[in-house]
Design a protein around this ligand. Structure first.
Ligand SMILES: [Zn+2]
Length: 253
């Protein structure tokens, strides 16, 4: 059984009347558990609702750096953080891809949410893009978590390995031009890797261009198994152990 550790089920391509078919296709492909993160604080209620009404869906709640300026404490309430279906805080982090003019506001929101995660005793799902130095500087190792949809350098990976983090491989590792990311994932110990779709984005080969959804995580897992030279069924077991260690609140049988 595979776990899609990061899929935005609140996206219109998967939510509402599409949700049932999306979850059925995941089930048929052997994707037994799905974790739904939030990026926009407006999606938190919807993510909680999906997680509360589907026994194999869990949520992480957090505010993406794109919404820097949002008041984290107002959006991530005590009741939500301690909700039985909320297993982590994410996605949170830094993104300087579109410029860094709001860098201070992003850092402020990131720090607030790290405090909230520590206070709730929850792991974090980190988004980092073109912000390696600040990310390494801020994540000192007093939180546990995952570098989601990891595409940054081996250099940052080494630092975050030392701090106990997991690394999530998305469909990007299947792309033709992703040799460098594949090299990085080859070097990361297999007991520190999990997989995700990051749906609706980044559909893996051979689904590129389509809205990405949980069943496609199997294509990413296949590439990862090849990279590490282990059979897929063995990889499945290792990934499940890794998810158990990363998100202890999920009751995985
Ligand atoms: Zn995401």
């Amino acid at each position: 059984m595979l776990v899609d550790t990061h899929c935005h089920l609140t996206d219109p391509t998967m939510s509402g009347e599409n949700l049932h078919a999306v979850l059925q296709r995941a089930h048929d492909a052997g994707v037994g558990t799905i974790i739904c993160p939030t990026a926009d604080p407006a999606d938190i209620d919807a993510a909680l609702c999906i997680a509360a009404t589907h026994e194999n869906v869990f949520a992480t709640i957090g505010i993406h750096p794109e919404y820097a300026g949002a008041d984290a404490a107002r959006h991530l309430t005590h009741a939500q953080l301690h909700h039985p279906r909320v297993v982590g805080v994410g996605e949170i982090g830094l993104d300087y891809h579109y410029g860094a003019d709001n860098r201070m506001a992003q850092i402020d929101l990131f720090l607030q949410q790290l405090d909230i995660a520590r206070g709730a005793g929850l792991p974090v799902a980190i988004h980092t893009r073109e912000a390696e130095d600040d990310t390494a500087q801020i994540l000192k190792g007093d939180v546990s978590g995952v570098m989601h949809c990891y595409t940054s350098s081996w250099d940052l990976a080494k630092k975050m390995l030392d701090r106990g983090f997991f690394f999530s491989a998305s469909g990007i590792i299947t792309f033709k031009n992703s040799d460098e990311i594949r090299e990085t994932f080859k070097k990361i110990p297999i007991n520190r890797i999990v997989v995700e779709t990051d749906g609706p984005y980044c559909a893996p080969v051979p689904h590129r261009g389509k809205p990405c959804e949980p069943f496609m995580v199997t294509d990413t897992a296949r590439v990862l198994a090849d990279l590490h030279g282990i059979p897929l069924d063995e990889l499945d077991k290792i990934l499940l152990e890794n998810v158990r260690a990363l998100y202890p609140k999920i009751p995985l049988s």
